[in-house]
Design a protein around this ligand. Structure first.
Ligand SMILES: [Zn+2]
Length: 236
């Protein structure tokens, strides 16, 4: 289960991990909290609502390219996630975790990952809370039966966009070689036609660094020292 903030996060950030999981027959579920109406690049959209509709379709097309089993877009306002009611928003994720029962949950790092977007930071915090609360029967007892996912990973990075303030990334514990699915990740990104100028702007950076994705194991069943692995599902 992957939790993101905006249509296109699923591919530019997590596309490699999702495509690799899907190729292994892992059932995947991407939850996106907003429809991306506050984007800088607006394609031909005449209004925020129209852009939201366009980006909803682009998100669905990108998920198809990546082989996502289930995708869902919630109704939070782009650019305003920090003002959403925390407990209610986390509860919506708790409910989805309890129903889908993922082994592995993946989201952004607390630094906002790569472009340091505040929405990404909030998604990281909501998902972290939801991951732990999903397993606690006393939290949200009205929302399905408690279920504890086994691992939580957050995205981190070894490179940054030169035109943005540099975040403080968490150290990685998984280096994913995504070269076998790199072209599909790019193809998924191309489904976001409204964001084509963004793709152009970040292209050189992704060409240089795009062969790998980096993740931090944030929570696991057994206590122990961090080890660097090459697979989000190792030992599951
Ligand atoms: Zn985003």
């Amino acid at each position: 289960m992957v939790v993101v903030a905006h249509p296109d996060d699923e591919c530019f950030a997590f596309g490699g991990a999702i495509a690799l999981a899907s190729d292994r027959g892992v059932e995947t579920y991407v939850v996106c909290l907003t429809d991306g109406q506050a984007a800088t690049y607006r394609g031909d959209a005449a209004s925020g609502e129209e852009l939201g509709r366009i980006r909803r379709e682009e998100f669905a097309a990108s998920c198809r390219v990546l082989g996502v089993t289930h995708h869902e877009l919630l109704d939070y306002q782009d650019g305003r996630l920090e003002f959403a009611e925390f407990s209610r928003a986390a509860g919506r994720l708790v409910e989805r975790m309890r129903r889908f029962k993922p082994d592995v949950v993946v989201t952004f790092g607390g630094d906002g990952s790569l472009n340091t977007h505040a929405d990404h930071m909030i998604v990281s915090m909501l998902t972290t809370a939801a991951f732990h609360w999903a397993g606690r029967a006393r939290r949200y007892p009205e929302l399905a039966e408690a279920f504890q996912p086994r691992r939580l990973y957050t995205l981190t990075s070894n490179f940054f966009h030169p035109d943005r303030q540099r975040p403080l990334p968490s150290p990685w514990t998984v280096v994913l070689d995504i070269r076998p699915v790199r072209e599909r990740k790019a193809e998924a990104f191309r489904q976001h036609a409204s964001q084509a100028p963004l793709m152009e702007r970040t292209k050189a950076n992704f060409e240089e660094h795009g062969g790998e994705e980096y993740y931090t194991l944030l929570a696991a069943e057994e206590p122990g020292p961090a080890r660097v692995g090459t697979d989000l599902f190792q030992g599951l």
